[in-house]
Design a protein around this ligand. Structure first.
Ligand SMILES: O=C(O)c1ccccc1N[C@@H]1O[C@H](COP(=O)(O)O)[C@@H](O)[C@H]1O
Length: 207
């Protein structure tokens, strides 16, 4: 079994980027959603992405952004992967010429296989809890809503933290996990000790 990839999302400060990289994160997420307390500006994001060494993926998170808005970010910030966390269609996600993952907001009644069929060109499907404000809510959802043997690369998110990530990885066996709130001391402010413990938890679950 391959090791579970780890994305840390919603970074706003250089020291948090350095801590995530040092402790072994595979991907770092930057939020370009103006309503998020973790939102970064274009110049700020460019400076943070410049801190990433090779083989740590820069991810840009968008929620129902206009095409021109995403393109303006991409002109200045070398993002390697896009994360669409709103109600974007497959065609809207595809228009930027970058690989992307598409978030499904999980609650009773959501059929992940059907959702996945609507997003055939996404590199993977991210599952998050349904919350007001689209995401970053620190809320878990019922993992049994994820069908057994789901065939796309699955990114598990939603309320993960050091206390539940071992069980989450063992039960769901996702391709990757994504965390924001669970490794923070305040919204947008990451805690290096929590990042280290979270990553150690994933590695422990990987065995
Ligand atoms: O982080 C945000 O502020 C955010 C805003 C809007 C949409 C998504 C957002 N973050 C993503 O939400 C999930 C779950 O985060 P959490 O760990 O429960 O806080 C995760 O994929 C973040 O990338």
């Amino acid at each position: 079994m391959s090791r579970t990839r780890i994305k840390i999302c919603g970074l706003t400060r250089p020291q948090d980027v350095r801590a995530a990289v040092e402790h072994g994160a595979d991907a770092i997420g930057f939020v370009f959603y103006p309503h998020s307390p973790r939102a970064v500006g274009i110049e700020q994001a460019a400076e943070l992405v410049a801190l990433l060494p090779p083989f740590v993926t820069s991810v840009g998170l968008f929620v129902n952004a206009a095409e021109a808005e995403v393109n303006a970010v991409l002109q200045r910030v070398p993002l390697q992967l896009l994360q669409f966390h709103g109600d974007e269609t497959d065609a809207q996600c595809a228009r930027h010429g970058r690989p992307w993952i598409k978030a499904a907001r999980m609650r009773q009644g959501v059929d992940l296989v059907e959702f996945s069929s609507l997003h055939p060109r996404a590199s993977g499907v991210l599952v998050d809890a349904f919350v007001d404000g689209y995401g970053g809510g620190g809320k878990t959802f019922d993992w049994s809503l994820i069908p057994e043997g789901f065939e796309r690369p699955l990114v598990l998110s939603g309320g993960l933290d050091v206390d539940n990530v071992v069980e989450a990885v063992r039960r769901v066996r996702p391709w990757a996990v994504d965390v924001s709130s669970g490794v923070e001391s305040a919204k947008g402010i990451k805690d290096a000790v929590k990042i280290a413990a979270f990553i150690a938890g994933v590695r422990h679950a990987d065995g």
